[in-house]
Design a protein around this ligand. Structure first.
Ligand SMILES: Cc1ncc(COP(=O)(O)O)c(C=O)c1O
Length: 436
């Protein structure tokens, strides 16, 4: 038995499924890391892999960046969490607000789930309305409202012009589902018709400009513009989920568009490798959290929110992620997508690559999906994709299970060349199963 197999046996005896987050599971058992350095991860068996998962987009500089290690070590020696404030929080809030003129105020929380939940609650508090609208199939964390429709299936998703509010977890209250209006991605006409039907009740529209689960295809400017216009005209807020996409530009993916949301949910990479979330946006809206002039409309607490370890790591990481680092990683992302298209041509298989900025995603089909229903994989296609990602893994690449790759600034041309070589070999292995 390998060391990883033995660890999994121990894990299953004490945790449901042998883990605290299903993300680590793989067949026949998870692997266990002992160390990461830059863009490489070493497991308990001593195997080295290139990290194209980066803890699902949360490590912009890879592992153990010396400047982050030094800053955090110094903070650790002075304490990790206090029931009083720290300057680390203020300094990081100043930095984040300086990155995007729409970030007039910010509050930090502990995860992306909390950031999205806080944004939706802030929108409800600001508007006094109960409903939220979200895009079919998009992932926004675990909050009941935000996760609605995320795992919709052909038998449950309903007609395209009226997508159903389907639960993820058994026992989700029907009343929560009833308060979610599900809109189709990149279809402004249908989306607006659905929003119109609930115009007086919608607190906000929640949208991700490059939704990973919907195929990593960018939102069209027309779609985002229509949502911006509709929310403004109907007294609702526009909320961007930039938990993953903030890496796209110095001030987030929203800077690709001429559209500014009222609130932005942040997380992942802004923690510099530590648990984090953030809610940023218009001062007038963010003021629902302000208790200085009477009770806050949305009181926001959190024991570990803005702890100085996360604040220090985050500020160090984000200061390093300056405009030239953003341009460099996006150029490397473009090079990766070009190399992978070449790999697909060499392997001569019906596959394609989507993505933008520093992310890419494989699709084992000739053309890219355009929305959740097209991105949805029937079980046989899902297991083919799992085998493909397994071949990439065996070749030495850590990837997100959806066939998505996420770059870090620790990577260079050498890792992209290796990615393309391993991709050719993995594509050839599944070629017999790919029909044209
Ligand atoms: C777009 C998006 N929003 C929210 C979340 C939730 O973040 P967290 O896992 O930190 O709760 C995720 C996590 O993958 C995400 O991808």
């Amino acid at each position: 038995m390998t060391k990883s197999a033995a660890l999994f046996e121990r894990a299953k005896a004490v945790m449901p499924g042998g883990c605290s987050r299903n993300t680590i599971l793989r067949k026949p058992h998870p692997i266990y890391a002992v160390r990461g350095a830059g863009c490489y991860v070493y497991d308990v068996e001593g195997v080295e892999r290139i990290d194209f998962a980066n803890n699902v987009a949360s490590l912009i500089h890879g592992h153990a960046h010396p400047a982050i290690v030094a800053a955090v070590s110094e903070q650790l020696s002075r304490g990790t969490a206090f029931t009083v404030g720290t300057e680390a929080e203020i300094a990081y809030a100043e930095h984040m607000c300086s990155r995007n003129e729409g970030f007039e105020r910010i509050r930090f929380v502990n995860s992306g789930t909390e950031a999205v939940m806080g944004s939706l609650k802030a929108a409800r508090a600001y508007t006094g309305r109960p409903k939220i609208a979200k895009v079919e199939g998009s992932y926004h964390g675990l909050y009941d409202y935000a996760e609605t429709s995320q795992t919709a299936k052909p038998e449950t998703w309903g007609p395209a012009e009226q997508p159903a509010s389907t639960p993820v977890s058994r026992g989700t209250p029907q009343r929560a589902l009833d308060d979610v209006v599900v809109i189709p991605f990149n279809d402004p006409q249908r989306a607006i018709a659905l929003l119109d039907a609930h115009a007086d009740e919608i607190a906000c529209v929640l949208v991700d400009a490059l939704p990973h689960r919907i195929g990593l295809i960018p939102a069209s400017a027309a779609f985002l513009f229509a949502l911006r216009e509709w929310t403004q005209a109907n007294g609702a807020l526009l909320v961007f989920d930039e938990v993953i996409t903030f890496r796209s530009n110095y001030g987030g993916a929203q800077q690709w568009y001429d559209v500014q949301p009222d609130l932005t949910a942040l997380g992942k990479m802004i923690g510099g490798g530590f648990p984090v979330g953030g809610i940023a946006g218009r001062a007038e809206v963010m003021d629902v959290m302000n208790p200085l002039n009477g009770p806050a409309a949305f009181p926001l607490y959190g024991t570990f929110s803005a702890n100085p370890v996360t604040m220090t790591a985050g500020r160090t990481a984000m200061t390093l992620f300056d405009a030239s680092a953003v341009a460099a990683i996006n150029a490397l992302g473009e090079a990766a997508r070009t190399s992978l298209r070449e790999a697909i041509r060499i392997a001569d298989v019906p596959a394609c690559v989507t993505g933008r900025g520093s992310m890419f995603r494989f699709h084992l089909s000739e053309s890219a999906p355009q929305n959740y229903r097209e991105a949805y994989l029937a079980p046989s296609r899902a297991s083919l994709l799992a085998r493909f990602v397994g071949h990439l893994f065996d070749g030495g690449l850590l990837m997100v299970e959806t066939g998505t790759g996420i770059l870090s600034t620790a990577m260079g041309g050498k890792e992209i060349d290796r990615l393309a070589e391993i991709a050719v070999s993995a594509l050839r292995k599944i070629k017999p199963e790919l029909d044209r």
